[in-house]
Design a protein around this ligand. Structure first.
Ligand code: IKT
Length: 366
């Protein structure tokens, strides 16, 4: 496949790590990136090393992930610029007014970062939406803006919540008309682990249950992943999205203290369920996602495992399992697959396949 020229919207943990991982992959050239204050574009290829160095130090705590539930009450800025202020997290304590991308020698200040990228998108093959999804329909609305500008290429996100998939499906005609291949839920879960479940299901003629159980040790990556932690908290008993969004950093620290640094989650609303149902593999209600997050250790507190139980054509019941190594980090397991699915998206886009695709519909490139 020819060189893929891609952009990243958002330079929080996921945006930055994706840029970093792309340096170790063939055929990927980062040509644009933006955050809430600035944009960097170089059609010959960004100096990713310089950009990472410039943004690493100056980005403070706060929601920074492409989460669909994490942050914040939309601000006036957000409303008036159609999302620009949301690029780095919108209204809660966050990267806020700190320099971000404008600290890079390649960065230019802007009040309309997303529009600036859209204006450059003619020669961009793929755009990773590493944005906080302030409201559940935020990422779908960003996709709409690309479609309205007649963008022809790949949009890819690492959103988590099941309910967002339907909102993308509602916009599928618009995306198809524009020539957009939208790859949704392309991180680890949903994403890599959904794809693994789809493969593990192939032994069976009927799938009874899919169990995704993840383990993450985050000590050294905590600062970069505060957004993910906040989002995960929304899945704890007694918490919801609004509460998690409103919590101060101090309240989050206190909650983590109460749990001795280890948070356990069950029955998370993760889109693996609707994405597996969409791919015809099983009913959404038969998919369960949970896991353990240790914010005080780099060791995974549990082995990440996907178990698919089903019945074979000859009447046997079995469970196929897929395990990640305890030594591979969340960063490797989210951003590697995101780039793999980005490559698959471009392959499909170049073949004229437009619309909304999930990680169980595509085999990621390497
Ligand atoms: C995600 O970002 O995909 C979800 C997070 C879990 C990542 C699992 C990685 C597993 C591993 O590295 O072994 C979490 C739900 N925020």
């Amino acid at each position: 496949m020819d060189d893929i020229r891609f952009a990243v919207l958002g330079t929080g943990g996921i945006g930055r790590r994706t840029l970093e991982v792309s340096q170790h992959k063939d055929g990927l050239t980062a040509v644009a990136a933006c955050d809430r204050n600035g944009v960097a574009v170089d059609h010959d290829g960004l100096d990713v090393g310089e950009l990472l160095e410039a943004t690493e130090g100056n980005i403070a705590s706060g929601p920074d992930e492409a989460s669909d539930s994490t942050p914040a009450t939309p601000t006036d800025d957000y409303a008036s610029d159609g999302g620009a202020a949301a690029v780095e997290g919108g209204g809660v304590k966050q990267h806020g007014d700190e320099a971000g991308i404008v600290a890079s020698s390649q960065g230019e200040p802007t009040e309309t970062p997303i529009d600036d990228i859209i204006a450059e998108s003619d020669t961009i093959d793929a755009v990773l939406l590493a944005l906080p999804n302030l409201e559940h329909d935020f990422i779908p609305r960003v996709a709409e803006r690309f479609a309205e500008a007649d963008y022809e290429g790949v949009l890819i996100d690492v959103l988590k919540r099941s309910r967002v998939i339907g909102m993308l499906d509602d916009r599928e005609d618009l995306l198809k008309e524009s020539g957009i291949t939208f790859v949704c839920g392309a991180g680890a879960t949903p994403g890599f682990l959904t794809g693994a479940a789809a493969l593990a299901a192939q032994s069976f003629v009927e799938v009874e249950e899919v169990e995704i159980w993840w383990g993450v040790g985050l000590k050294s990556g905590y600062e970069d992943n505060r957004g993910t932690v906040r989002e995960d908290i929304a899945h704890l008993d007694g918490y919801d999205i609004e509460q998690a969004r409103e919590m101060s950093e101090e309240e989050i620290e206190a909650l983590i203290d109460d749990h001795d640094g280890v948070l356990e989650f069950h029955d998370m609303e993760h889109a693996d369920d609707v994405l597996l149902e969409r791919a015809g593999i099983c009913d959404a209600e038969d998919v369960h996602v949970g896991g353990v997050l240790d914010v005080r250790s780099d060791e995974k507190p549990t082995t990440t495992t996907v178990s698919v139980t089903g019945t074979t054509f000859d009447g046997e019941t079995g469970t196929n399992t897929f395990e990640l190594d305890d030594a591979t980090s969340m960063e490797a397991n989210v951003n590697g697959p995101a780039l793999g699915y980005l490559k698959a998206g471009v392959r499909n886009n170049r073949a004229g396949h437009y619309g909304v695709f999930g990680p169980a519909d595509l085999m990621p490139g390497f």
